[in-house]
Ligand binder design. Structure first.
Ligand code: AMP
Length: 410
């Protein structure tokens, strides 16, 4: 009986899933989908590898429909679809692994207790990521579970790039730059050699431009710097997150606007970024289609900040051989890639506009000193691969790269 691996990505109001099956020594996507609208108007959808809907349901229970109900339904559905396959393990996307988890880990009660300690470092994501692990440990103790972290890939960053200029005591207590979107960047680093072996051995800046957005400097396959920091709020402006902001602004908001931590959290995580600047939408497609001057300003600021961060990451690397665009905006927006590449001309990027219009994969001219690429990310496949390796450490077989599906938003 062939093995299958279930990948779960649980958020505050949704559980996304992907089911991978072993075929010919590789991992193929079987099904993917989600239960969304938890605690409000729950809906389930599942699609097969070709994108056809194979399951759909909605409920009217609203607030009663919690993570536990969602998991129950999901498992009932998946069990029905698993004939001929054994569920070998479950891989979970977990946002924070602290300094301790530099790689994925099999979860038992002890590990779960240690992961709980990182909740204050990522209060909006970590508790939800851990909820299914906790439920499944109790209810399906026989099924191995593996936690894969968004922070792990960045643990190779030199100490100097992780340091805030604050007293040592706070640094030692964990107030430092961690970096996120690590599973996405790790996937990009793992496939880059098949696109540009020379660049993969050298210096690359990858841009994960989705609802959450960040950039990462990668040298010889290892992360050396990232625009995200202590939280996934730092760096580029995002759909609804501010990105980098002068910490003095927070003091001003507290003193003059009498805002408390929760109000500032809501402002910076949910009311800022593209949505806050445009007043129109957090969706890049809508902004690019809009004539509203505020929508244009939001896009201009977004690209300006990409340009500045690119200079900063190229400086951290001491040069650049390749630029990689990924995630929803990076993979799909010809205009954003076009403008970002033109802004990077001074670093040696020569855009091939026609290739960019076709979506790549290579979007730089043959004589461009720095190559530029569009590479779809696949965090779910990365988690499935890790899960298989953790559960079967002696059976390492590198998966052939197969067709994936869009990354989940962090
Ligand atoms: P992700 O979080 O990776 O799913 O990315 C979501 C973001 O990708 C949203 O801001 C979408 O507007 C954006 N996106 C998806 N398709 C396009 C497109 N064709 N052009 C511009 N933005 C896009």
């Amino acid at each position: 009986m062939a093995d299958s691996i279930l990948v779960l990505n649980a958020g505050s109001s949704s559980i996304k899933f992907s089911l991978f099956v072993e075929r010919g020594g590789g991992l193929d996507v079987g099904l993917h989908g989600q239960v969304e609208g938890l605690y409000a108007s729950p809906r389930f959808i599942a699609k097969d590898a070709s994108g056809s809907t194979v399951g759909e349901k909605s409920w009217s229970e609203g607030a009663q429909f919690d993570h536990e109900r969602a998991l129950d339904y999901l498992f009932g559905f998946i069990r029905g679809e698993l004939s001929g396959f054994r569920l070998a393990g479950i891989g979970h996307r977990v946002v924070h692994g602290g300094l301790e988890y530099t790689r994925p880990v099999r979860v038992d009660a002890g590990v779960l207790a240690r992961l709980d300690k990182f909740v204050p470092l990522a209060p909006l994501h970590q508790p939800h990521n851990l909820t299914p692990i906790r439920l499944l440990l109790a209810r399906q103790p026989g099924v191995p579970q593996v936690a894969c972290f968004d922070t792990s890939f960045h643990r190779t960053n030199p100490e100097i790039s992780q340091r805030f200029a604050i007293p040592e005591e706070l640094h030692d207590a964990g107030v430092r730059r961690y970096g996120f979107h690590g599973l996405s960047y790790e996937y990009i680093a793992s496939v880059l050699p098949t696109f540009d072996a020379k660049a993969a051995a050298g210096k690359t800046v990858a841009l994960h431009l989705g609802n959450g957005a960040s950039m990462c400097a990668i040298e010889a396959g290892k992360s050396v710097a990232s625009t995200m920091g202590f939280t996934a709020l730092e760096g580029l402006p995002m759909g609804t997150r501010s990105g980098a902001i002068d910490p003095g602004v927070l003091l001003y908001l507290m003193d003059e606007r009498k805002m408390d931590a929760r109000a500032i959290e809501d402002l910076l995580y949910h009311q800022s970024g593209l949505l806050g600047m445009s007043g129109v939408s957090s969706d890049m497609r809508k902004l690019l289609d809009s004539d509203d001057p505020r929508a244009r300003l939001a896009v201009d600021v977004y690209l300006y900040r990409i340009r500045r961060e690119l200079g900063s990451l190229a400086a951290a690397l001491g040069g650049m051989d390749a630029l990689v665009f990924t995630a929803g905006i990076g993979e799909n927006s010809v205009e954003i890639r076009d403008r970002a590449c033109r802004d990077a001309a001074w670093l040696g990027v020569k855009l091939d506009a026609a290739a960019n219009g076709r979506g790549g994969p290579r979007i730089s001219t043959a004589d461009s000193r720095v190559s530029a690429w569009v590479i779809p990310t696949n965090e779910e496949l990365m988690i499935a691969r890790h899960t298989r390796r953790v559960l079967d450490p002696n059976g390492i077989r590198e998966s052939p790269i197969r067709e994936g599906f869009p990354s989940a938003a962090l």
